[in-house]
Design a protein around this ligand. Structure first.
Ligand code: CA
Length: 224
């Protein structure tokens, strides 16, 4: 089993990597999020131990970008404290499990074994929700047989929705997921783009697949 440890505190990172090697794992160490991204894209790790608190890209962002790139190695997130917010954010970012610091090495091993045992979740290359289809690699999307002509942002937004059908996504989640620049939270850019998206994926087909959940955000119907 090959594991990537992402931890900027060198002592802790080296301790974890050494401990894992003693247990028979192949363990690589990354100290920065950027480094972790290219390593995880290049190597199909069986698991990634990802610290939340990293300089530059933090653990949440690393996880989000990996999932966005179609890297599905199981991620065990190390959260700094027992904060519910961190856990929720981590799971929302696509992490599979989390462990609060401080933790025992035995518990880390047990969690890694559990992740390895877990049947691989089916994560198809092409996303399908009802008659909506989206191919992230080819950057193409269809409603039934009709190919949709989407801008890059509309595409990114639709992909976010299609990865979580039936789930309400907040404006912040959509902003974080589809926009690189940190827009202000009050920015209505999400609402504007949801409107554009509806004009392309719904209106021409007489559908209403993106629901507004007042005060919360938007949801793609599971059967759009
Ligand atoms: Ca850290």
């Amino acid at each position: 089993m090959r594991v990537l440890v992402v931890e900027d505190e060198r002592k802790l990172g080296e301790l974890l990597a050494r401990g894992l090697r003693e247990e028979g794992y192949a363990a690589d160490l990354a100290e920065r999020g950027e480094e972790a991204l290219w390593m995880a894209r290049a190597v199909p790790y069986d698991a990634i131990v990802l610290d939340v608190m990293l300089p530059g890209l933090d653990g949440f962002e690393v996880c989000r970008r990996l999932r966005g790139d179609g890297v599905w190695s199981p991620v065990l997130m190390l959260t700094a404290r027992d904060a519910v917010d961190d856990r929720v954010t981590g799971l929302d970012a696509g992490a599979d499990d989390y462990l609060s610091k401080p933790f025992s090495f035995e518990e880390l091993l047990a969690r890694l074994r559990a992740l390895a045992r877990r049947a691989p979740v089916e994560r198809p290359a092409v996303l399908e929700v009802g008659d909506l289809r989206l191919d992230p690699a080819a950057h193409r999307a269809w409603r039934g047989d009709v190919e949709l002509d989407l801008s890059a942002k509309e595409f990114a937004l639709l992909e976010l929705f299609m990865r979580r059908p039936g789930v309400v996504l907040s404006r912040t989640q959509l902003l974080d997921g589809a926009w690189d620049i940190a827009y202000e939270a009050r920015s209505n850019v999400v609402d504007v783009y949801v409107r554009y998206l509806r004009e392309k994926i719904d209106r021409p087909f007489g559908r209403d697949s993106i629901e507004t959940v007042r005060g919360v955000g938007y949801r793609l119907r599971s059967d759009p």
